[in-house]
Design a protein around this ligand. Structure first.
Ligand code: C2E
Ligand code: MG
Ligand code: MG
Ligand code: MG
Length: 278
């Protein structure tokens, strides 16, 4: 009985701990913007026809003095829960536009937009003012949304997407193949690019079903007249396979991991120096 009691106390303490940790994370996350603890890393995207880097995806990192480098998979859901995603997302769009406007070549910059940011519904004015203050050509900005964004299908999300599209901004479907009713989503909006999820790309050489899926998505993109980019390409074998399957572009550690803004010029130079680079 003593042991049982001890165990209960242990769980109670652990739960207290968890509540404490979450509370701490929330407080720290609330101050992170003001404390300038966020940074954007950029990962290049390589076009297979030209063998050139055509753009970079901005990926958010939180450098917390207390928690270390926190990955977005951890703090984005918390930011959504705490109602902070609007402000953080706005910072991401403004920062990505400003930094991309300073690049030595006019490549595209892709920004991830989560479902909750559409709920905040000030996305269009934010995009407009970020473009205005940075001077970035709207055609260089790309918004990446996942299928979950389109799940609450009351038309308001599509209205926002159509408006940003009219400004000239591109819209990509991220993590394609992992959500719900992918095909009807593609039918409901004219996406500019399909990002094939890593689960079909980062696989063993003998995974023939994954390869068949990549081939089918690439064919779909081709018939719709839109780009298909394979995410998470880590090996030369995976590179060759998605290229043979008909993807138009690739992204992944093989080309480059996400890099800090001050390394972008190097990455551009490395890849224009050796066109067949991989
Ligand atoms: P995502 O948009 O699908 O981004 C791709 C993720 O895969 C990134 O993880 C990237 O670092 C990682 N990755 C790229 N190439 C490889 C590879 O070859 N191998 C492996 N193992 N991983 C690779 P990250 O940066 O941790 O981001 C995770 C997710 O967090 C993103 O998935 C995106 O959904 C979300 N996210 C990132 N930044 C933002 C942001 O600014 N706003 C919002 N709302 N979400 C963001
Ligand atoms: Mg993305
Ligand atoms: Mg993705
Ligand atoms: Mg993802």
């Amino acid at each position: 009985r003593d042991a049982g009691h001890g165990t209960f106390r242990f769980f109670e303490a652990a739960m207290d701990d968890q509540v404490q940790t979450r509370r701490r994370l929330e407080l720290d996350l609330r101050r992170a913007l003001a404390m300038r603890e966020f940074v954007l890393l950029y990962q290049p995207q390589l076009n297979l026809a030209s063998h050139e880097i055509t753009g970079f995806e901005a990926l958010l990192r939180w450098h917390s003095p207390r928690h270390g480098v926190v990955p977005p998979s951890v703090f984005i859901p918390l930011a959504e829960e705490f109602g902070l995603i609007g402000a953080i997302g706005e910072w991401v769009i403004r920062t990505a536009c400003r930094e991309a406007a300073g690049w030595e070549r006019p490549l595209s910059v892709a920004v991830n937009v989560s479902a909750a940011q559409f709920g905040a519904s000030n996305l269009v004015p934010v995009v407009l003012s970020a473009l205005g203050e940075s001077g970035l050509d709207p055609r260089r900005l790309e918004l990446e949304i996942t299928e979950s964004v389109l799940l609450k299908d009351d038309g308001s999300v599509l209205d926002v997407l159509r408006m940003v599209r009219r400004i000239g901004v591109h819209v990509s479907m991220d993590d394609f193949g992992t959500g719900y009713s992918s095909l009807s989503r593609l039918h409901s909006f004219p996406f500019d690019k399909i990002k094939i999820d890593q689960t079909f790309v980062r696989v063993q050489p003998n995974d023939t079903s994954a390869t068949a899926i990549v081939r089918a998505i690439s064919a779909l993109g081709r018939s719709l007249g839109i780009a298909t980019i394979a995410e998470g390409v880590e090996t030369a074998e995976q590179f060759d396979r998605v290229a043979a399957a008909g993807c138009t572009d690739v992204q992944g550690y093989l080309i480059s991991p996400p890099v800090p803004a001050d390394r972008i010029a190097d990455v551009m130079r490395e890849h224009s120096a050796s066109p067949a680079g991989t």
